[in-house]
Design a protein around this ligand. Sequence first.
Ligand code: URA
Length: 285
Amino acid sequence: MSPAAPDKPANLEELLRFYAEAGHDEALTEEPINRFAKPARAATEGKAQPKRAGTPPLPSPGAPPPGQRVTVPAPPAPTTVPDEQQAMRARALAREAKTIEELYEALAGFDGCNLKVTAKNLVFADGNPQARIMLVGEAPGRDEDIQGLPFVGRSGQLLDRMLAAIGLDRTSAYISNVIPWRPPGNRDPSPLETEICRPFIERHIELVAPKVLVTLGNPSTKLLLGTQTGIMRMRGKWAEHETAGGAKIATMPTLHPAYLLRNPAHKKLAWRDFLEVKMRLNAPD
Ligand code: URA
């Protein structure tokens, strides 16, 4: 499809429909931002301005009187292009965090992941960090981005019911995601974006040190268990997540609640996995 001319209402409607179908369902700001445009200052900085011989330059309308200092507005923050250096920075920052609060501060101040630019909020965690169980999903969706909390949309409501079925809620469980910023339009995070976010979730798990870790769905299972095997073969079997410090955490991979909403016939599989989790939590340490 060729891009529509924005001045033609009929094409504009078609263009909006195209965006909606592609998952771009929300305007991030009131006005469009051209992130590829050169900042006003950069366009003229360092370049010799052409002079007209003999005539002083004409002041443009609204220009300050000669000699008065002008404050040039800062150019918009450049979009961060993720690279391996950002992954290195993330690893160093995450390693330095000695508490969950420090990790939160480190992540909130980290600007090395482009997903932060389009997200409304950092989605760090919800629940009780002292809990014996930690559940990790993939990435926040629209509702989570708005509220700044993981699993608060439809799949979160299902997750709450699954937890309730084994006698847990958000006062006795702790919930987070591999990716702490909503990818625009809910697209899949790129491998590099995931690599940049990985040290933070790994450190997060290490600091919480739960008795049981539950990975929800494929991306979180593959990342935290270091496997390429799909969730359908991994689910229901105990595995171990090894922290950077060498601790081994019993891990139950299970189906993601969003998948269960689309495939309710598979809820019985997740139910079995959660019963396993309940037994493990009740077993003596
Ligand atoms: N899906 C996820 O993986 N995480 C959320 O927080 C919400 C939906």
